[in-house]
Ligand binder design. Structure first.
Ligand code: IVH
Length: 683
């Protein structure tokens, strides 16, 4: 193929794939099989790899992220990002309707009713049909520039379809996390010992503020659009413009209705109040807007919100029941959570027997006591929570509740760090649920991948005293475990199943254990279950420090020099390696032959294109900084920390510090761009 046909093919593939993506992600109506889609995408990836200069800015291959943002740039909103006045009362909706009627002096008008999506607001600016920037609400006047992260959300178009959009306009909407993704993410976080997000809204807002857009890309965020601002919009009314925006490629939900009477508004409210559970995402109410722009202008704004719209918020579903007792659960990370056992009660279609009490502060604040009549609410959260106590029903001899002082599992004195609400059991290597949890994490598919030890087997080995920590796994032998068995009762069922270590099972286990010795260092590091060190952070630490000795030696400041390592993680790593029991476990694992340094093949030089040359890397690149530094080493170069007259090159990305630039110029050290660097190494 000659270059112009390749160019044409890249253009065609880009358009075609973007259209399929729109049909799939925005309209939920796929127009191609997954298989055929993958073929198109693979072809585009291949062509772009051969000719990166021909890749279009809206290429679907660019949605995987990769850009790292340390501090988000602030962007001032062209139009302030106001919120709506809220109400929980139907009477106030009627008042709103009467106010609107009065101000419009008998003119005919329409309302548009929409869902109130429970996420975080985002403003997207498009110039000549191309996404320019995406900004959070911030304080309403200016917000964070989160464009790199927002580009990874597949339902947000990078380039619009058609040609009848204004040259420049802003469209606002809500970034949300669907409930299914929220559950998946929380399970994943629990696996690696991160605290779960309380609700999908927090998860969405936490995700959009992450520094590494490649990480954002892994979370299935979505965006529903509901407000458009611009000078040359095709229609003079909200509803019609939103329908048009759908054709340009935006995800404008179908749950939107025009109505003219307050009764029709209430019908819409009632309908969605009962149907909200059937939606795949959370809503917290209904928004009612006057449709015509001219009439919106007539009604105008108060200082805080428009007079032409109101948000009706759903009351959380709430019931009262009796608090029977409190259990304290100890998680894998040692966090102790109080859980209330309740007299069973119906709430939002399910029977509730247990509710979360969060922590000691919550118990003290509510002065909650066993025997109390309590109010239970189901909000955005999956687990219902106790929100209040009806003291008028309090039994006369009831006693205030004191949070336990010792671990219910191992009797160790609990600790609570200053400023934190959660109690922890500090006995991390001797408390049964913590130990079992650590071992289960260690054998996880994403960690050491010893699948053959799953499904209740860790429990049996633990109960038989064969596994007290992860290093014990490597002392297991055929003789020690053959014939072990236990009856296993699954939750919610009376059926028992016997788990038995027969010959085949034991062989599989021993093979899995042996194979795990080849698992690369970054996954071993992840497997150790250091708090806050998930898969990504483990990789960053491994690439930066190369082996566990260097990590163990690193000071707080040295740890923070690695990409994405902030204070919390650095502190947690220090604490982990400061514990002599952990150090002893690592020593045993090392002796057994596990990988505690980065694969040599990965650092073996692939060329001598940069032989003897020293580099200072500064700024933001299309790859992470550690990857760039790794490339320098692969090609024989050397990374140095600061610029001196001996430095051969300063490799400058976006936003390189002005001081560095000045110094390089003063010392006559050539400053090269990322592209020039890739040319040097022929990539
Ligand atoms: S309209 C000037 N429509 O709720 C009015 N907002 O308290 C612009 N929200 O800031 C907002 N769903 O974050 C509008 N269908 C919807 C909405 C919606 C959710 C959020 C948005 C807004 C807040 C209002």
């Amino acid at each position: 193929m000659d270059i112009s046909s390749i160019k044409a093919r890249i253009n065609q593939l880009t358009q075609e794939i973007n259209l399929h993506n729109y049909n799939y992600y925005s309209l939920s109506s796929p127009s191609i099989s997954d298989y055929d889609f993958d073929l198109l995408l693979e072809e585009l990836v291949r062509l772009e790899h051969l000719h990166p200069e021909l890749a279009l800015p809206d290429s679907p291959t660019k949605r995987v992220g990769g850009e790292i943002t340390k501090n988000f740039k602030q962007i001032v909103h062209k139009n302030p990002m106001l919120s709506l006045s809220n109400t929980y009362s139907e009477a106030e909706v009627t008042d709103f309707d009467q106010r609107v009627r009065k101000l419009l002096q008998g003119e005919a008008f329409e309302y548009v009713c929409e869902l109130k999506y429970d996420g975080l607001a985002i403003g997207l600016t498009y110039v000549k049909g191309v996404l320019q920037h995406a900004v959070t609400r911030g304080d309403g006047v200016q917000g964070d520039d989160v464009t790199a992260n927002v580009r990874t959300i597949k339902s947000i178009p990078i380039r619009l379809f058609g040609d009848d959009f204004p040259d420049e306009f802003e469209i606002r909407g809500e970034i949300i996390m669907p409930r299914s993704e929220f559950r998946r993410l929380n399970e994943e976080r629990a696996d690696i010992g991160d605290l779960p997000f309380a609700n999908p809204r927090n998860a969405a807002s936490g995700s959009i503020k992450m520094q590494d857009s490649a990480e954002v890309a892994k979370r299935a965020l979505d965006c529903y659009l509901y407000h458009i601002i611009g000078d040359a919009l095709p229609f003079e009314s909200h509803y019609e413009n939103m329908v048009k925006a759908r054709q340009w490629g935006f995800k404008v939900p179908m749950y939107i209705a025009k109505c003219t009477t307050v009764d029709a508004i209430f019908e819409f409210i009632d309908e969605w109040n009962s149907a909200r559970e059937t939606l795949p995402f959370d809503i917290d109410g209904i928004v009612i807007k006057v449709n015509s722009f001219a009439q919106q202008q007539q009604l105008a704004f108060t200082a805080k919100s428009p007079r032409w719209a109101i948000a009706y918020k759903f009351k959380a579903q709430r019931v009262s029941t009796k608090l029977l007792s409190i259990d304290y659960q100890v998680g894998r990370t040692g966090a102790v959570t109080p859980v209330a056992n309740l007299e069973p009660i119906q709430l939002g279609g399910t029977t509730v027997k247990r509710a979360s009490l969060h922590n000691a502060d919550q118990i003290a604040r509510l002065d909650i006591r066993v025997g109390d009549t309590v109010f239970v609410e189901k909000g955005g959260e999956i687990i219902p929570k106790i929100v209040d106590v009806d003291v008028s029903f309090r039994p006369p001899q009831s006693q205030p509740l004191h949070f336990i002082t010792h671990c219910p599992e191992c009797a160790t004195l609990l600790v609570r760090k200053e400023g934190e609400a959660i109690h922890y059991c500090p006995n991390e290597n001797g408390c049964p649920p913590q130990t079992k949890g650590k071992i289960e994490h260690f054998i996880h598919r994403k960690a050491m991948n010893i699948d053959s030890l799953g499904e209740g087997k860790v429990e049996i080995l633990f109960d038989n005293g064969l596994l007290k920590n992860v290093a014990d796994i490597y002392d297991l032998t055929y003789e020690k475990i053959i014939g072990l068995e236990k009856e296993h009762t699954t939750e919610n069922s009376d059926k028992t199943r016997v788990v038995k270590f027969r010959e085949k099972t034991v062989e599989n286990i021993l093979k899995g254990i042996e194979d795990s010795k080849q698992v690369p260092f970054e996954r071993v590091l992840f497997a150790l279950g250091i708090r806050y060190v998930g898969e990504t952070i483990a990789k960053k630490l491994a690439v930066h420090f190369k082996n566990s000795d260097e990590i163990q030696k690193a000071t707080f400041d040295e740890l923070k020099e690695a990409e994405e390592i902030g204070e919390t993680i650095a502190e947690s790593v220090l604490q982990y390696f400061g514990n002599s029991e952990n150090v002893a476990i690592i020593a045993r694992l090392k002796e057994k032959g596990l990988q505690f340094s980065i694969n040599q093949a990965a650092v073996t030089q692939v060329s001598d294109a940069l032989q003897g040359k020293s580099f200072v890397v500064s700024g933001v690149f299309s790859k992470s900084r550690d990857e760039i530094k790794h490339l320098i080493e692969l090609h024989g170069g050397k990374n140095v920390g600061s610029i001196s007259a001996k430095t051969h090159f300063v490799l400058a990305g976006d936003n390189m510090g002005p001081e560095k630039k000045k110094k390089a110029q003063q010392l006559n050290v050539p400053i090269i761009s990322e592209d020039e660097f890739f040319e040097m190494i022929h990539e």
